[in-house]
Design a protein around this ligand. Structure first.
Ligand code: NAD
Length: 436
């Protein structure tokens, strides 16, 4: 099949590359010239494990191409995916300007029956809007399908190539058949392709992300309660997670969720609810708690230094919003860094993949370090913001030698408090008793 993917970011590049890998000819379109030039010269623009191998192979086989020209990109395409940004607008609702602009542009360019697929996360009713905008200028038949994406950054290739399920919202038999053919190689093990109406498909994505954000947040509140009641959230987690109705995943307490999806999608669902006068109370609570949770360690850092961080240097391990990605959008680390700088502290940071992106937005306000041990050298305290595996079993000898004070504020519960106590650390974590 010939496919076009409009928007070549985290979702678009993975979608395009993976569909090329299953034998389709894919052209990815993006308005960002710098990005397209880089991709054209064979350089990958994001860090995503395993993507580089597929990317190189499919470029070599000429199944994967890149352009900034929409008309050229969609030429001959039977299916056009929209993987465009849907950032929060001023009121928190999803801003559809990128999607609707491309819908306007597509209308006059279509020269035969084409399926246009919304892969972006969009509010209920967007497929209808896209259809109307295309129809205003189109002279041929077309279908608009909702096909929300559930991949997780960090394991995006695996998720895309072997999805738990594929959700497709369409009432067109023609579009359904084509989409079934396209996805067939990815669901050979029997995972379902679930067909439904467009509105339900659009809502499914928001329901999934909001439920997961709620699960994380619920456990973070249990963690906060553990601290006050003298319990250990890790024990509680194991106790509840083994109940098959609850499940073991998404129960790790920490400094809140970040990323480009959960924060904006919870907010967008809350605004969609407002629009129909439904007071979705849980979502408001989830947003409030998560906002507080992100910087929950800061008062404890301040207290350790008797309220005065001026002139102190704090080491930060982890900048990306989660491990195995260079994505720093809404990363809790950024909020903590801002608070530390505002309190007069200096910040040194290390992250295996996220430093370049942080440098772009923070410039020389913080120093980036070559490795995790340079990062702590001469620092007054260490804060852990992302659970990269490399931080899990550090050389504690080096840590003790290089840190000026043996104190760690761990936002991801990487170490056992008992072990830290034996090593002589003051160790503050989430939902567990502080040891010193
Ligand atoms: P992104 O910002 O990484 O990528 C979007 C790309 O679209 C950018 O490269 C941008 O230059 C390009 N673009 C903007 N306007 C354009 C236009 N007119 N023509 C062509 N290209 C244009 O965003 P993303 O993380 O890939 O997310 C895309 C959508 O997918 C969002 O709706 C998001 O909510 C959803 N989603 C994201 C993830 C994720 O993990 N990132 C997962 C599932 C769903």
């Amino acid at each position: 099949m010939r496919i076009a993917v409009v928007g070549t970011g985290y979702v678009g590049l993975v979608t395009g590359t993976c569909f090329a890998e299953t034998g389709n000819h894919v052209t990815c379109v993006d308005i960002d010239e710098r990005k397209v030039n880089k991709l054209r010269s064979g350089k990958i623009t994001i860090y995503e494990p395993g993507l580089d191998v597929l990317f190189e192979r499919n470029i070599k086989q000429k199944r994967l191409e890149f352009t900034t020209d929409l008309a050229e990109g969609i030429k001959g395409a039977e299916i056009i995916f929209l993987a465009l940004p849907t950032p929060p607008g001023e009121d928190g609702s999803a801003d559809l300007k990128y999607i609707l602009k491309v819908a306007d542009d597509l209308g006059p360019l279509l020269d035969k029956y084409t399926i246009i697929v919304d892969k972006s996360t969009v509010p209920v009713g967007t497929a209808e809007k896209v259809r109307d905008r295309i129809a205003a200028n189109a002279t041929v038949e077309f279908d608009v399908v909702s096909n929300p994406e559930f991949l997780r950054e960090g394991v995006a290739v695996e998720d895309f190539m072997k999805p738990d399920r594929v959700v497709i919202g369409t009432e067109s038999a023609k579009a359904r058949k084509k989409m079934e053919q396209l996805y067939a190689p990815l669901v050979r093990q029997g995972n379902p392709v679930i067909f439904m109406d467009e509105r339900s498909a659009e809502l499914t994505k928001y329901a999934a992300n909001s439920f997961l954000a709620t699960k994380i947040t619920f456990m973070n509140e249990i963690a906060n309660l553990c601290e006050l009641l003298g319990a250990d959230v890790d024990a509680v987690r194991r106790g509840v997670g083994t109940d098959s109705r609850i499940g073991k995943r998404f129960l790790f307490a920490g400094i809140g969720y970040g990323g480009s999806c959960f924060p904006k999608d919870v907010q967008a669902l809350a605004r969609s609810s407002d629009d129909v006068n439904y007071d979705f109370k849980i979502l408001d609570a989830v947003m409030d708690v998560n906002q507080q949770q992100k910087t929950k360690l800061i008062p404890q850092v301040k207290e350790y230094f008797d309220g005065d961080l001026a002139g102190k240097t704090i080491a930060i391990w982890g900048l990306s919003f989660k491990p195995y990605t260079d994505d720093i959008r809404e990363a809790p680390a950024l909020y903590n860094i801002e608070e530390l700088l505002a309190a007069g502290a200096k910040v040194k940071a290390y992250d295996p993949e996220g430093m370049e992106n942080v440098r772009e937005i923070m410039g020389d306000r913080i120093s980036m370090c070559e490795n995790m041990y340079d990062c702590i050298d001469g620092c007054d305290a260490l804060m852990i913001m992302t659970e990269w595996p490399v931080f899990r079993t550090p050389e504690f000898d080096q840590l003790s030698e290089k840190l000026s004070n043996k104190v760690i504020f761990d936002g991801r519960n990487l170490y056992e408090p008992e072990q830290m106590k034996e090593l002589g650390y003051t160790y503050v974590s989430i939902g567990r008793q502080t040891v010193n």
